[in-house]
Design a protein around this ligand. Structure first.
Ligand SMILES: [Zn+2]
Length: 320
């Protein structure tokens, strides 16, 4: 069923609706989706009143008791509702949200009109308060997909655009890093890139996270330290960070908020069950960076929607 869900997500690709046809349709195709409509297309469960059926408090005991991949799939539609609502609340300033089934082709259409990569920037209100920056580039991917990596349904589209992936890039400069350390960091960044690409709907997105020199148009300039500490993603990175933690931190650079309960995690007692302090879906990369935590469908949707609906105040400093 998983493949069918993914196909449905990028529904416009299957229907053979090309990007140019969507532009001809004009404003109809960019009509904003309501929360209920968004949720429905993202395989998220939501009540008819537009409210989530569960909340952090009610889902946490289920998450704690039933931690297995099978059960994680069952809880995902409920967690997805809570976390999509949180993300929407914290990216206030985004002018609207298109239907998830149209986001991929609409993003392609907009990028096709752009000369080169389209720069996406803004800020997410960390813990609902302080605005923290996201910056990334989105462009048509010039690298052809490898055989078998793209779902066959996707390749049915006769339009050239219909079979082409989008490339999403984040370039990071590490201050004072040595050449050999840079190579080690890049090896882990490559694993994180592959992880984000491999989990994207229909393998339709390719991610490229690069360690770059200061003159290579970096999105982020961060400090670099030996060892391992937890520091804010846009200030300092560490040599011993696991690639899955990097995949989480890059999620912030892509404009996604932490999904764990920051207050409870900060003040939790050491030996308590971490599920009860985190209060989030442990199979989501923005909840934890455990080995089986993955980017979720709504994550990819939020990243692409900002291509179509940029932030009103796109300098990442929208204190209001
Ligand atoms: Zn985080």
């Amino acid at each position: 069923m998983r493949i069918q869900e993914q196909v449905f997500f990028w529904g416009a690709v299957i229907a053979g609706v090309t990007a140019s046809a969507m532009l001809v349709q004009g404003s109809d195709s960019t009509t904003n989706a309501s929360f209920v409509e968004m949720a429905r297309e993202l395989s998220i469960q939501v009540g008819d009143d537009g409210q989530c059926l569960e909340n952090r408090q009610s889902l946490t005991p289920l998450e704690a008791e039933l931690r297995s991949p099978e059960v994680a799939d069952k809880l995902a539609p409920q967690w997805g509702c809570v976390m999509l609502a949180q993300n929407l609340d914290r990216e206030r300033g985004v002018s609207g949200h298109v239907f998830p089934s149209k986001v991929f082709e609409l993003a392609k259409a907009k990028i096709s009109q752009n000369q080169g990569a389209l720069k996406v920037t803004g800020g997410v209100k960390y813990m609902g308060l302080k605005s923290e920056p996201f910056r990334y580039d989105v462009e048509l991917d010039s690298k052809a997909p490898q055989a078998g990596s793209v779902n066959s349904v996707n390749s049915l589209s006769s339009a050239t655009l219909g079979t082409q992936r989008l490339l999403i890039s984040v370039r990071i400069n590490f201050a004072g890093i040595h050449a050999d350390q840079k190579i080690e960091m890049q090896t882990k960044l490559d694993q994180a890139s592959k992880y984000w690409s491999d989990n994207s709907p229909n393998h339709s997105l390719r991610f490229s996270f690069k360690a770059v020199e200061p003159n290579e148009d970096a999105h982020f300039y961060v400090g670099f330290g030996l060892g391992e500490k937890r520091t804010q993603y846009y200030k300092m990175w560490w040599s011993d960070w696991h690639w899955s933690l990097m995949a989480h931190e890059i999620g912030h650079m892509l404009g996604l908020d932490d999904e764990y309960n920051q207050m409870r995690v900060t003040f939790r007692s050491r030996n308590a069950n971490p599920v009860y302090s985190h209060q989030c879906q442990f199979s989501s990369i923005m909840c934890t960076y455990a080995w089986n935590a993955k980017p979720q469908k709504y994550h990819y949707y939020l990243i692409l929607n900002r291509v179509i609906n940029p932030m009103a105040n796109a300098d990442g400093d929208d204190e209001t």
